[in-house]
Design a protein around this ligand. Structure first.
Ligand SMILES: N[C@H](CCC[C@H](N)C(=O)O)C(=O)O
Length: 284
């Protein structure tokens, strides 16, 4: 099978994008294709695969598959790259449009430079989900998870859980470089208290408008950036009264910065870049 692809990244969080307006893929091979395309040695190499597809209730649709073949529900960096691709290839002919994910429908706004290339995308990611059972996380239904003691391995973390359509658990640390990302990330990802797994973030709050951020992603491990994770991190820092709700928060991820706002309408707004790396044919 010859599959045309475009490799794109948002702050280094890179995926292989397949345009299903132009090509078809068998549903029963998507997980296998995501694993094979993501493989650094025998594939193209990426954090996963993203499908850009016709959507019933939005201008364009997006599905994300992690490196391990599991399907995620949402992807912030993927949404910005999908928006750039959809605008530049003419799937959409306007600068504001909607994108449907498995989790929800979001609104994208693209900005272009003087060469008609999209160099910045803002996404209204909708409202965060805080009810424990909707993260999902085990424990008393109807409660939220804010600065809750969480025993794991030989440590007791204090965690805050937030869903942006996909699950995130955030721990505040004093120094981001000391965060136990690669030791605890994989353990927490598979912890039974998260029945659907979880994306694990560690953040160091620098001021009431600036955060350092690192992530261990469910199904992909350490990535350079996670857009939904950055949104969840700002929600967690706000709920813990470390940053001010309504302010533009600069989130410093390993691969670059995102501007995240938790606005009075309760929606999270994410602004950042999106880049095309390469395009070609994948021989499956
Ligand atoms: N990198 C993505 C998140 C992927 C989430 C995926 N790892 C999962 O929820 O299973 C982002 O920019 O939001």
């Amino acid at each position: 099978m010859k599959i045309p692809f475009t490799k794109m990244h948002g702050l280094g969080n890179n995926y292989i994008y397949i345009d299903l307006f132009q090509t078809e893929l068998p549903e029963n091979r998507l997980s296998e294709l995501a694993i094979n395309m993501s493989n650094q040695n025998t594939g193209i190499g990426s954090d996963g695969m993203i499908l850009i597809h016709p959507a019933e209730k939005a201008d364009v649709g997006m599905r994300i598959f992690n490196k391990d073949g599991s399907e995620g529900m949402n992807c912030g960096n993927g949404l910005r790259c999908t928006a750039k691709y959809a605008y530049e290839t003419g799937i959409v002919d306007k600068k504001e449009f909607t994108i449907q994910t498995k989790a929800n429908i979001v609104r994208a706004t693209v900005k272009e430079n003087n060469e008609q290339k999209v160099n910045e995308v803002t996404i209204d990611m909708g409202a965060p989900i805080l009810q424990r059972e909707q993260i999902p996380m085990l424990g008393e239904a109807g409660t939220t998870v804010i600065n809750e003691p969480f025993k794991v391995a030989d440590k007791t973390l204090h965690v805050t859980a937030v869903s942006m359509g996909n699950p995130h658990v955030i721990t505040m640390v004093d120094a981001i470089d000391d965060a136990p990302l690669t030791t605890l990330g994989p353990v927490i990802e598979k912890d039974e208290r998260f029945p659907e797994g979880v994306n694990t973030e560690f953040i160091e709050v620098v001021s009431d408008e600036e955060i350092h951020f690192r992530v261990w992603e469910r199904g992909s491990g350490v990535t350079e950036a996670c857009g939904t994770g950055a949104c969840a991190a700002v929600v967690a820092a706000t709920l813990n009264k470390k940053v001010t709700k309504g302010k533009k928060i600069v989130v410093h991820l390993a691969g670059g910065d995102l501007i995240i706002e938790w606005r009075e309408d309760d929606h999270i707004w994410m602004t950042g870049g999106a880049e095309i790396i390469a395009s070609g044919i994948f021989y499956a």
